[in-house]
Design a protein around this ligand. Structure first.
Ligand code: GTP
Ligand code: MG
Length: 196
């Protein structure tokens, strides 16, 4: 997929404010500070389009970016900052549920994980919850620039044996690694009939 145009459309917290033009949507999900907003900027080659910060909890609302006039990237608030691990997923789920539940145009999710972190119980719960919705989930291991190549290969190997997230896209918002592959995977999610 080529990026021809990208524009910020709306920042919303309630259903009533979400876009109503019924275009397909792909949602970005991950821990706070993992690099969701940076990934959007790198994919769209639009530095500063999505606000990023080294302080966790930058994105607190649901942000819609229209791409090629064809679909939306939906940047969701990150989970897991300043909250107790068990409860955090619950309260965050509540907010994100308000978006995901019954969202007609939602075609799939991109889960963004830090390539340096191990896949723990929180991630297992997240995938089990997301898989219940029945749409495709694409896994991205980001910040690969912070690892040595051997460590990146090791992380990829570990994921190959992970039934929940077997084919992660290796990505870096700094080097642009994985950009082309991720755009291809997103194209397959929004146009499953054309891909293949
Ligand atoms: P919230 O909005 O708080 O949920 O965070 P986010 O997931 O949107 O993260 P954001 O894109 O704001 O990035 C968080 C920090 O990680 C920033 O300091 C980014 O510069 C940095 N970062 C993001 N992606 C990468 C990457 O691929 N490599 C490196 N080295 N740093 C990155
Ligand atoms: Mg953000």
């Amino acid at each position: 997929m080529r990026i021809e145009s990208a524009e910020f459309v709306v920042s919303a917290v309630k259903r009533g404010s979400f876009p109503k033009d019924a275009l397909p949507e792909v949602a970005l999900i991950g821990r706070s500070n993992v690099g969701k907003s940076s990934l959007i900027n790198t994919l769209l080659k639009a530095k500063g389009l999505a606000k990023t910060s080294s302080t966790p909890g930058k994105t607190r609302t649901i942000n819609f970016y229209r791409v090629n006039g064809e679909f939306y990237f939906v940047d969701l608030p990150g989970f897991g900052y300043a909250e107790v691990p068990k409860r955090m997923l619950k309260s965050w789920e509540g907010m994100v549920d308000g978006y995901i539940e019954g969202r007609e145009g939602l075609r799939g999710a991109i889960v963004i994980l830090d390539a340096r972190r191990t896949f723990g119980e929180t991630e297992e719960n997240l995938y089990d919850w997301l898989n219940g919705f029945g749409f495709p989930v694409v896994t991205v291991l980001t910040k690969t620039d912070k690892l040595k190549r051997g460590e990146v290969a090791e992380a990829a190997r570990a994921y190959r044996k992970n039934p929940r997230a077997p084919h992660p896209v290796l990505f870096s918002a700094v080097t642009g690694e994985g950009r082309t592959e991720l755009l291809k995977r997103i194209g397959e999610v929004i146009r499953p009939d054309v891909a293949g």
